[in-house]
Design a protein around this ligand. Structure first.
Ligand code: FAD
Length: 432
C-alpha cells in the first residue's frame, strides 16, 4: 500500500483529465514547475492574460500536498499576532491578515467563476482548547483580532460547547465563521480544468531534473530538462511546495518538510455525524502537535494529525493510522467501533520562520511555506506571482519579509534533526 492509494479524496475524482499527451513545446513564456494549488492557480491566471504557460508536474496533477490535505480553508496565519507584530510591524501584519481573508474570497471566486464542484461551504472553523490555560488565552486573542484586523472570532465556553462538538474533553472553543471547507482533490481537478480551458498546457509525468539560466545577446532564458524533453522559457515559477528537490537547490535549502497524516472512517449514520459536529465546522485543537478533523461531504470522520515528524513513507503511514485512530477515540469515544477505511500521509512545506514566502531565488519566481494554510494561501500566491510576471506592482506582503534558510538537519533532503524537533513540540505540549 502506498500513502496515495488510500487517500479518500482521490476516490472522489477521476483525474487525470486535462493533461496533454502531446510532446512538450520547445518554448514557453513561463514554465510553472509543480501542479498543486499554487502552480495551477498561477497557470490559470497567466493563461487568462494571454501568456504562453506550460505546467510541468513530476507525477500527476495535485499529487503533492494539494490532494492530500484536510480541505480546511482557514483564516489567519500560524503564528500568534503579537509575535507577528513584534517581527514585522503592525502595518505589514495588517496587510498579511487582509491577504489571508482575501485568499479565501479568491478561492470562492474561482470556484464560482469556473463552476468547480468541490463541496465549497462557508462552514466556519472551531479551535478547541486542550487546557484551561489555552481557553483562558482565547478571549485576549479574539480581542486582538478584533482590534488589529476588525475581524470577529467568538468564544464558546465549555458549558455551550456541545452545540459545536460532540466531545466533552475540551475546555471551550473559539469560532471563526469565515473559514471554509472544500474537497481538495475536486478543487485541484477544477483548477487544472480551468487552467487548461484558459489555454495553459499541462504536462504530467514531466519531472524537471535541472534548470539552467542562459544568456545570449542580453536576453536571459531558462533551459529546463524534463522527463518529457527540453523546454526553454523566459520565466520560471517554482510551485513545488514540500516536494521541492535538488533540481532547485536554493529553494530546497529553505524548506523543512514535515509529515502529516489523515484517517477517514466508514460513512457514519446521519444522526451520529450530526452529534459529532452539529455545525459541520472545520475543527482543530490548541496543541502544537495538533489534531485537525472534520466530516467529509458523505459523513465520514476525517481525522488528521502530525503523527510522525518525518515526511510520509509506507511505514509512517501505517503507524500513523493506529495512532490517529486512538487519538480520534479519545476525542470521540462514540467512534470506538467505527471502521477506519482510509489512511494517507503527505508533507507540509514549513519555512524556518513558520511564514509563507514568495519572491525570486536564482532569478526564478517562487512561493512556499504555506504549512497548514495552503489551500487558500497557495491559490492566492500563485495568482499574485502571475500578476508580478505580467508586470503588476508587487503588493504581496509576504514577498518583502526576510526568508531564512532552514538549519542543516531540518532541511529537505537532510532531515535527521526532525524527530528532535518533534520531541521538543511534544514536550512543549505537556508543559504549556
Ligand atoms: C496531510 C496534510 C494536511 C493538510 N491540511 C491542510 C488543510 O486542511 N488546509 C490547508 O490550507 N492546508 C493544508 N495542508 C497544506 C496544503 O495542502 C499545502 O500547503 C498546499 O497543498 C501546497 O500547495 P502547493 O501547490 O504549493 O504544493 P503541492 O500541492 O505540494 O504541489 C507541488 C507539486 O510539485 C511537484 N514537483 C516537485 N518537484 C518537481 C519537479 N522537479 N518537477 C516537476 N514537478 C515537481 C510535486 O510532484 C507536487 O505535485 C495540508 C497538507 C498535508 C500534507
Amino acid at each position: 500500500m502506498t500513502a496515495q492509494e488510500k487517500n479518500f479524496w482521490l476516490q472522489t475524482v477521476a483525474m487525470p483529465a486535462h493533461g496533454s499527451g502531446e510532446a512538450l513545446p520547445e518554448t514557453a513564456d513561463v514554465a510553472v514547475i509543480g501542479a498543486g494549488f499554487c502552480g495551477l492557480s498561477a497557470a490559470r491566471a497567466l493563461a487568462k492574460r494571454g501568456v504562453r504557460v506550460v505546467v510541468l508536474e513530476a507525477e500527476t496533477f495535485g499529487w503533492g500536498a494539494s490532494c492530500r490535505n484536510g480541505g480546511m480553508v482557514l483564516t489567519g496565519m500560524k503564528l500568534p499576532v503579537p509575535t507577528l507584530i513584534g517581527r514585522y510591524g503592525r502595518d505589514a501584519v495588517q496587510r498579511m491578515y487582509a491577504a489571508s481573508l482575501e485568499s479565501i474570497d479568491l478561492v470562492e471566486r474561482i470556484v464560482k467563476e469556473e463552476a468547480i464542484e468541490c463541496s465549497f461551504s462557508r462552514c466556519g472553523h472551531l479551535e478547541v482548547a486542550c487546557k484551561k490555560a489555552h481557553f483562558d488565552a482565547y478571549a485576549a486573542a479574539a480581542e486582538e483580532i478584533k482590534r488589529e484586523f476588525n475581524h470577529e472570532y467568538h468564544i464558546v465556553p465549555k458549558s455551550e460547547l456541545c452545540a459545536e462538538i460532540g466531545s466533552d474533553i475540551y475546555y471551550g472553543g473559539m469560532v471563526d465563521e469565515t473559514s471554509v471547507s472544500v474537497n481538495p482533490a475536486q478543487y485541484v481537478d477544477g483548477l487544472a480544468a480551468a487552467a487548461h480551458r484558459a489555454g495553459a498546457c499541462l504536462y504530467e509525468h514531466a519531472r524537471v531534473s535541472s534548470v539552467k539560466q542562459q544568456s545570449s545577446a542580453g536576453n536571459k532564458r531558462f533551459v529546463l530538462e524534463t522527463a518529457r524533453g527540453t523546454l526553454t522559457a523566459k520565466e520560471v515559477l517554482l510551485a513545488t511546495g514540500a516536494y521541492t528537490t535538488g533540481a532547485t537547490p536554493a529553494l530546497q535549502k529553505k524548506l523543512i518538510p514535515i509529515g502529516s497524516y489523515i484517517i477517514a472512517t466508514e460513512k457514519l449514520p446521519a444522526e451520529l455525524a450530526q452529534e459529532l459536529s452539529p455545525r459541520n465546522r472545520m475543527i482543530y485543537d490548541s496543541k502544537n502537535f495538533l489534531y485537525y478533523y472534520r466530516l467529509t461531504p458523505d459523513n465520514r470522520m476525517l481525522f488528521g494529525g502530525r503523527a510522525a515528524f518525518f515526511p510520509e513513507t509506507e511505514s509512517t503511514v501505517r503507524e500513523s493510522a493506529e495512532l490517529l485512530r486512538k487519538g480520534m477515540i479519545k476525542v470521540y469515544p462514540q467512534l470506538a467501533n467505527t471502521k477506519v477505511e482510509f489512511v494517507w500521509g503527505g508533507t507540509l512545506d514549513f519555512a524556518f520562520d513558520v511564514m509563507p514566502h514568495s519572491g525570486k531565488l536564482d532569478d526564478m519566481h517562487f512561493a512556499l511555506g504555506f504549512a497548514g494554510h495552503g489551500v487558500a494561501a497557495a491559490t492566492w500566491m500563485g495568482a499574485k506571482l502571475a500578476g508580478v510576471i505580467c508586470g503588476d506592482a508587487d503588493d504581496n506582503p509576504f514577498s518583502k519579509i526576510p526568508f531564512p534558510a532552514a538549519p542543516i538537519g531540518l532541511r529537505s533532503g537532510n532531515t535527521w534533526a526532525l524527530p528532535l524537533a518533534g520531541a521538543y513540540y511534544k514536550i512543549m505540549d505537556w508543559l504549556t
